[in-house]
Design a protein around this ligand. Sequence first.
Ligand code: ATP
Length: 328
Amino acid sequence: MANKTITRIGVLTSGGDAPGMNAAIRAVVRSAKYYNLEVFGIFRGYEGLIQNDIKKLENRDVAYILERGGTFLKSARSQEFRTPEGRQTAYDNLKSHGIDALVVIGGDGSLTGAHLFYKEFGIPSIGLPGTIDNDLSGTDSTIGFDTACNTAIEAIDKIRDTASSHDRLFFVEVMGRDAGFIAVNAGIGSGAAATLIPERKMPVENLIERLKSRAKAKKQSNIVIVAEGGKSGGALEISKKVKKFLPTYDIRVTILGHLQRGGSPSSFDRLLASKLGVAAVEGLIHGKEDVMAGIINNKIVYTPIKRAIVDDKEVDEDDFRVAKILSQ
Ligand code: ATP
């Protein structure tokens, strides 16, 4: 039975887009319909909420989006939502549509906004972790992370073909401003020579030692993965430092950039997003608010948003160890 106070749910995607956001929107719409609730799509995240870009959604509106990357609701970053006046306008627009609950799909910034909005106006809201960065607590994996890792590994496989044909040393920069999750997964999954992540500093001397010992072991190709926000600098910066120590090496840099955000979501992300979309609606129906739905050890978990956004999720020590052992 639906909670009497909730009749109309608004759903939006915010911040950087992530593969699987469409699958999550679809699951929110279809499960809301299943429970006889109305759903409104809010276009362009908080920006669209402030500009009243809101449209009622039916089941047919979310047909054929499960397999598509990006977000058909579009996403945006909104400076105005950071202001009390902007949030007041957003609230007024929600009320004018009779929307009494919100599902926000996005990263830590988007969920921070949702938490603030809840504190100010008390609209029941549930966050879904939609970011390729995997930097939210309260879920083993965020929506889009698995696809982004697959995309990165596929690209690195291709780079390895050219790296080994020409005996080149490649520095490949992957996304992850504050978190090395994609880098570590891509490092293990692609057999990288080293993985440099924001959470740890690797002195350039250590990297040189690693590369020299690989040369002695007659390794045919060397790929170093660098997370964009690495403490040692980005891929370009590190490659220049290394060139000074190894002037005879043929060094190239590839920045994977936005291609990591795109593409059809993996089966893992489709399942995760679908389960979490249903969990968001069922959570609202059961009176949950100001929480993020996630999956931990295969179970749906609701974590207070203010806990989920605390920046304390760390790359698993075991994963880092595995990456190191296998890079020798
Ligand atoms: P990703 O990191 O994956 O790109 P994100 O959700 O962290 O996604 P942000 O750009 O940090 O992306 O945040 C998205 C939007 O959320 C911002 O443009 C802003 O509208 C809102 N937001 C972020 N932080 C706050 C805040 N402190 N107060 C109000 N709104 C915020």
